[in-house]
Design a protein around this ligand. Structure first.
Ligand code: NAD
Length: 342
C-alpha cells in the first residue's frame, strides 16, 4: 500500500509543535504540502519537512495530491477550509473549536457525510492518560453515583503560544470569534462529556474581557453546567492564570473523588470515603511550554481511523456537541439566562 499524503494548512504553533512532528514520526505518512498565507513562513516550514510550500489553501489541498488535510488555522477558517477539503474528497483533521456557529458545524458534518470522508476534531485532551483512566473508573462504578465536578483550563494567554505573539489573530473577534472560552474552555467541555459519559443540558455563564489590552474577545469565563442526569459542575477558562498553567479536573461521587492533573507527581488521585487513596502515575498532560506527554495521540488516531476505516473518537458530531456548550455559555452570558441545549 502506498503512503498516505498529508497537507498541513496553517504553519503556526499547533502545526509546528504538534501536527507536523507527529505526522513525520508516523510510518506510512508523507507530508506533501505546508500552506501558510505568509510565504516566508510556508517556505521555511515546508523546507524543514521536505514538503512543497503553498500560500493558497485551495491549491495546497487540490494540487498536492493529499489524501489527508490538517486544518491548523484561525477559528474563522475552520469551516470553509474543512468543507472545501471534504468536498475535494480529503479526510480532514480540524483543530478546535470546530467552528464559529451551529450552521458551520452542521455544514461540516454534512460535507463529511456526503463525501464519505473522515472528519475529526483535535480534542487532544481525550487522549490524556488520566482522563482515559477516570472515564474507565467512572464507567466501572468505582465512584458510585456522580454528583458534581469542577474543571478548569487557564494559562497566561496565547501571546505566549501563537507564532504571532501579542499580534495574534487569537485576540481579534473577526478571526477568533471567541477567546479563552473557545480556546481552552471547549477542551474542558469536550473532556468532561467524555469522562462522565453524559451530555450537558443546561448552561449558565459569566464571561469577561478584563485582562488583555488590544483584544476584543473574552479572556475569563466561569460557567455552570448541568448534565442530563443532574450532575452539576463548573467549567472555567482563563487567559490570565498568572504564574502557572492549571488544567485540573475534580470529580465528586458517592464513594469518593478523583483529582486529575491537579498534582505534580500523580496525574490521577482517587480518594475514597473509607480513607484509602490511590495515586496513579500515568504521565503528565502536555503543557504549552513543552512539558508532559510527548505526543498528543491525535495524529495517530486520525491516521488509524483512515487506514482502518473506523469512526474517529471525536468526529464532527462529537466536536459539535462540545462546541454547543461553549455557544450556550456565550448566549447565557449575553442574555443573563440559563440556556438549555437541545
Ligand atoms: N488542540 C490544541 O491543544 C490546540 C492548541 C493550540 C491551538 N489550537 C488551535 O489550532 C489552530 C491554530 O492555532 P495556532 O496556535 O497554530 O495559531 P498560530 O497563530 O500560531 O498560527 C496560525 C497560522 O495560520 C496562518 N494563517 C492565517 N490565515 C491563513 C490563511 N488564510 N491561509 C493559510 N494560513 C493562514 C498564520 O499566518 C499563522 O501562521 C486554532 O484553531 C487553535 O485554536 C489547538
Amino acid at each position: 500500500m502506498s503512503n498516505l499524503k498529508v497537507a498541513v494548512i496553517g504553519a503556526g504553533s499547533i502545526a509546528v509543535h504538534r501536527h507536523l512532528p507527529e505526522y513525520q514520526s508516523r510510518q506510512g505518512v508523507d507530508i506533501v504540502a505546508v500552506c501558510d498565507i505568509l510565504e516566508k513562513r510556508a517556505q521555511e516550514v515546508a523546507a524543514e519537512y521536505g514538503a512543497k510550500a503553498y500560500t493558497d489553501y485551495k491549491e495546497a489541498i487540490t494540487d498536492s495530491g493529499a489524501d489527508l488535510v490538517s486544518v491548523c488555522l484561525p477559528n474563522y477558517l475552520h469551516a470553509p477550509v474543512s468543507i472545501f477539503a471534504l468536498e475535494q474528497g480529503k479526510h480532514v483533521l480540524c483543530e478546535k473549536p470546530m467552528a464559529t456557529s451551529d450552521e458551520e458545524a452542521q455544514q461540516m458534518i454534512e460535507a463529511s457525510n456526503k463525501s464519505g470522508k473522515k472528519l475529526m476534531i483535535g480534542h487532544n485532551q481525550r487522549f490524556v492518560a488520566s482522563h482515559e483512566k477516570a472515564r474507565e473508573l467512572i464507567a466501572n462504578g468505582d465512584l458510585g453515583k456522580i454528583y458534581s465536578f469542577r474543571t478548569t483550563f487557564g494559562h497566561g494567554g496565547p501571546e505566549g503560544w501563537s507564532v504571532d505573539g501579542a499580534e495574534s489573530w487569537f485576540f481579534r473577534k473577526k478571526e477568533a470569534f471567541i477567546g479563552a472560552l473557545g480556546d481552552l474552555g471547549v477542551h474542558k467541555a469536550d473532556v468532561i462529556r467524555y469522562i462522565l459519559g453524559e451530555e450537558m443540558k443546561e448552561v449558565a455563564a459569566m464571561v469577561e474581557s478584563s485582562a488583555k489590552e488590544n483584544s476584543d474577545v473574552d479572556d475569563q469565563a466561569v460557567s455552570v453546567l448541568r448534565s442530563e442526569n443532574g450532575i452539576i459542575g463548573t467549567l472555567t477558562a482563563s487567559w490570565a492564570y498568572k504564574g502557572g498553567e492549571n488544567n485540573a479536573t475534580v470529580i465528586y461521587g458517592e464513594k469518593g473523588n478523583l483529582r486529575l492533573e491537579d498534582d505534580p507527581t500523580y496525574s490521577l488521585i482517587a480518594t475514597y470515603t473509607d480513607g484509602t487513596r490511590v495515586n496513579y502515575e500515568l504521565g503528565q498532560i502536555q503543557t504549552n511550554d513543552g512539558g508532559g506527554q510527548t505526543s498528543t495521540g491525535v495524529i495517530d488516531h486520525f491516521v488509524d481511523s483512515v487506514l482502518n476505516d473506523t469512526k474517529p473518537l471525536i468526529d464532527g458530531e462529537e466536536g459539535y456537541k462540545s462546541l454547543k456548550i461553549i455557544l450556550a455559555a456565550l448566549e447565557a452570558n449575553e442574555t443573563k439566562q440559563n440556556v438549555t441545549i437541545s
